[in-house]
Design a protein around this ligand. Structure first.
Ligand code: NAD
Length: 335
């Protein structure tokens, strides 16, 4: 089947081509991000394959449906960028890759915690310049610190297990407790209790209307002074302006982000020769106690192999008219 692969990077082409070895599907790789402007490129395709920052709003979905597209295959887990209600009304099937390697994101999360705590980013630069002073590099031990995990699904569970290994005390908030987390002593509490009691807070729930800006000025006011906040889930979970105020006041002492609410105009591109126009993002970059990575938590070899394999099998299920187990419907997300 003919597939338009939007937002293609060299690595997408490599992994998807490998997974489509039998050449069962005709993959057409497009560098363009799917937006209102580029939606007409879907003409002649039954499937569009998209990533985290492609826009699947009402107007784009209408163009896709009018062009004869039947399947929207997300090559990622999150699906906050798709208007599912409109897709359903238009008869468009939406599939994603629900699980490919929770370890990839969980390990990156702990990597951010450790880098911020032991100031590895600063030490790297210093040592290369011949500065071997330890002034300003004082860290803390994770052992006995309380970490609050919001969302203990596939990724949050792995984060809990890794941090359990560090000897952390673990608090969690989720709609339902995860038995694997309960088994290692994770204590489920209300969001307020988690905000009040945690030294580190890490976000692993989806971005849905109920979780939009869950970390806002009111939430931050409840948190411990000197808190570390980590977000490797979705940018919209955080009200960035409130977090900047928290950094300026010292309430938030460390911030680690792999995602950013306005990332579609910034991430996955080399902007080193341009002037960044997003003043909020530019402000974040000025803080010495902030580490930002550009949505790379998923980016490991095994994760890319799994994403490509599952994505191609999603194409095949659709081609064969099978009910795809990875289909997302509004019934699944509206609770
Ligand atoms: P998952 O569905 O397995 O787990 C999500 C958990 O959040 C579930 O246990 C769910 O019950 C819980 N949850 C839902 N609503 C909640 C609420 N209002 N409050 C508290 N908890 C709530 O998903 P996952 O695979 O663990 O992924 C988590 C998120 O990580 C995804 O939604 C995605 O946005 C993000 N992600 C980021 C990257 C990256 O590269 N940075 C990669 C993959 C996934």
């Amino acid at each position: 089947m003919k597939v338009a692969v939007f937002s293609t990077k060299a690595y997408d082409k490599q992994f998807l081509t490998d997974a489509n070895k039998s050449n069962r599907h005709e993959l057409v790789f497009l560098e363009e991000r799917l937006t209102d402007k580029t939606a007409p490129l879907s003409t002649g395709f039954r499937i569009v394959c998209v990533f985290v920052n492609d826009q699947l709003n009402e107007s784009v979905l209408k163009v896709l449906a009018a062009n004869g597209v039947g399947l929207i295959a997300l090559r990622c887990a999150g699906f906050n960028n798709v208007d599912l209600r409109v897709a359903e009304k238009l008869g468009l099937v939406v599939v994603h890759v629900p699980a490919y390697s929770p370890y990839a994101v969980a390990e990156h999360t702990v990597g951010l915690i450790m880098a911020l705590n032991r100031k590895i980013h600063k030490a790297y630069d210093r040592v290369r310049e011949g500065n071997l002073s330890l002034e300003g590099l004082l860290g803390f031990e994770l052992h006995d610190k309380t970490v609050g995990i919001i969302g203990t699904g596939k990724i949050g569970k792995v984060v809990s297990k890794i941090l359990f290994g560090y000897g952390c005390k673990l608090l969690a908030n989720d709609l339902e407790p995860n038995p694997s987390c309960l088994a290692i002593g994770v204590k489920y509490v209300s969001l307020d209790e988690l905000f009040i009691g945690s030294d580190i807070i890490t976000l692993h729930c989806p971005l849905i209307p109920e979780t939009y800006h869950m970390i806002n000025a009111e939430a931050i006011s409840q948190m411990k002074t000197g808190l570390m906040l980590i977000n490797t889930s979705r940018g919209g979970l955080i009200d960035t302006s409130a977090v900047i105020d928290g950094l300026k006041s010292g309430k938030i002492r460390y911030l680690g982000l792999d995602v950013y609410e306005e990332e579609p105009d910034l991430f996955f591109e080399n902007l080193s020769d341009t002037v960044i126009q997003d003043d909020v993002f530019a402000r974040l970059l000025t803080f010495p106690n902030v580490i930002i990575t550009g949505h790379q938590a998923f980016f490991t070899n095994s994760a890319m192999v799994n994403i490509a394999k599952i994505t191609v099998s999603n194409f095949t299920d659709f081609q064969e008219g099978k009910l795809c187990t990875n289909q997302i419907t509004t019934k699944l997300v509206v609770r």
